[in-house]
Design a protein around this ligand. Structure first.
Ligand SMILES: *Cc1c(COP(=O)(O)O)cnc(C)c1O
Length: 413
């Protein structure tokens, strides 16, 4: 790929079918943002939407807004907005709580649908909160369940008649490698197990078709590719066939069939709504709704093509310009097998990332030694990738990362 020139890269930007989408976002001057997979950029529409919600709806209309501005319907309405991005229909998704809490709810709901089976199977190297939540479930339920984390290649071999739930993250946060959702789901179903997918690194990044994969349950994150803002509500999906049989473990009043009857007995709501627990975070949901609107009119197949092309360009330029600096590829080379990110390992990756951030190239470091660059096709240009690699090459050639200022660890990496 040694024949890349800035002119050729600018030509890619000129013919990019998604080029206009960048205007939907506030991208600060001097910043190349390669971290939309950790915190999506601010949509331009969000400040006014949130301002209106706070000043007019909350400020002037007060508690009436639950009805007049449809606040009470927001978890379902925002969920319906996410549905298109993950290949499901209306009434199959709600936006609520955090991904961790939703995973807790759905793993237990799935376990309850498979009485007599005690194994929960997951992947070694799954995202830590997913592992921690399942460890907590094991502690809570004691001998009734047994949690096993196995390498990705061993999942099929570990599947068996005693597995109740297989809980996997679709795209791996470190490597960007992803599972074949339909094949893995079919393999688990053949053994009678249910599957809970975590879509945190795939919703809004790859085309997902949960219903075509015959998926049972899914959770995902609102603040990454969905651009919902820091700590945005997460989402959860329950396939229609399970909706009226699942027993939510967090049986709060917002999941009650009739919360405003103030009945003393819990009765689950029909449908997806029973998976809600407490009062929805309305300000957060309004920002998440604005984040999802950045996908209006976007064909996820086109977004995926651009994401693969951005990743291929990144890897090609790294070989050209940074090939002698000791980076090891830590993601699949083949774009078809890679989520919307590229990653590399390097002994000095923390300091290198700090040096990059100081130059306005924001990616992230993931322990122990990974440099990760998220590729968000809605607001990233080909020329941003070019420039990011140019800046990285300069940092490596000058050993700018060796500055002691880049060694000190922050609380959030
Ligand atoms: C980001 C992420 C989460 C985040 O969980 P929260 O409870 O929202 O903090 C969970 N799982 C995966 C796989 C993630 O990538």
């Amino acid at each position: 790929m040694a024949d890349w020139t800035l002119e050729k890269i600018e030509a890619l930007d000129a013919t990019d079918p998604l080029a206009a989408m960048r205007d939907r976002f506030h991208i600060p001057d001097g910043v190349i943002y390669l971290d939309g997979n950790s915190l999506g950029a601010l949509p331009r529409a969000t400040p006014d939407i949130v301002d209106n919600l706070i000043r007019r709806q909350w400020g002037d209309d007060l508690i009436r807004s639950w009805n007049t501005h449809g606040w009470i319907d927001m978890p379902g309405r925002v969920g319906d907005g996410i549905a298109r991005l993950i290949g499901v229909g209306t009434g199959e998704v709600v936006a609520a709580d955090s991904t961790s809490v939703n995973l807790f709810k759905l793993v237990i709901a799935a376990l309850r649908l498979r009485p007599g089976r005690r194994r929960i199977l997951t992947e070694e190297g799954n995202f830590p909160t997913d592992l921690y939540v399942m460890q907590g479930i094991q502690d809570l339920l004691g001998d009734a369940v047994s949690l096993e984390a196995v390498p990705a290649a061993d999942i099929a071999g570990a599947m068996g008649e005693d597995v109740a739930v297989l809980a996997l993250t679709h795209v791996n946060y470190r490597t960007g490698a992803f599972h074949d959702m339909a094949a893995v789901t079919a393999m688990a179903h053949d053994a009678g197990a249910l599957v809970v997918w975590d879509l945190s690194h795939s919703a809004g990044a790859l085309p997902i078709d949960l219903n075509a994969a015959d998926a049972d349950f899914a959770v995902g994150c609102g603040y990454k590719y969905l651009n919902g803002g820091p700590g945005a509500p997460a989402f959860l999906f329950v396939a229609e066939r399970h909706q009226n049989v699942v027993q939510p473990p967090l049986s709060g009043w917002m999941g009650h069939a009739s919360p405003f009857d103030f009945d003393s007995q819990y009765r689950p709501a029909p449908g997806i709504g029973r998976n809600l627990c407490g009062t929805p975070a309305i300000i957060g949901l309004a920002a998440l709704e604005a984040g999802i609107a950045t996908f209006d009119g976007v064909d996820m197949v086109v977004a995926r093509e651009k994401s693969v092309a951005l990743g291929d360009l990144f890897l090609g330029l790294m070989e050209d310009k940074c090939g002698s600096f000791g980076f090891q590829l830590a993601c699949p080379r083949d774009g078809v097998q890679r989520g919307s990110q590229v990653s590399f390992s390097h002994a000095e990756s923390y300091a290198i990332m700090q040096a990059l951030i100081a130059k306005g190239v924001i990616g992230d470091f993931r322990a122990p030694d990974i440099l990760r660059f998220g590729l968000t096709p809605l607001y990233l240009r080909y020329r941003d990738v070019w420039q990011a690699v140019e800046i990285l090459a300069r940092i490596m050639a000058d050993e700018a990362w060796a500055d002691p200022a880049f060694q000190a660890r922050n609380a959030v990496t």
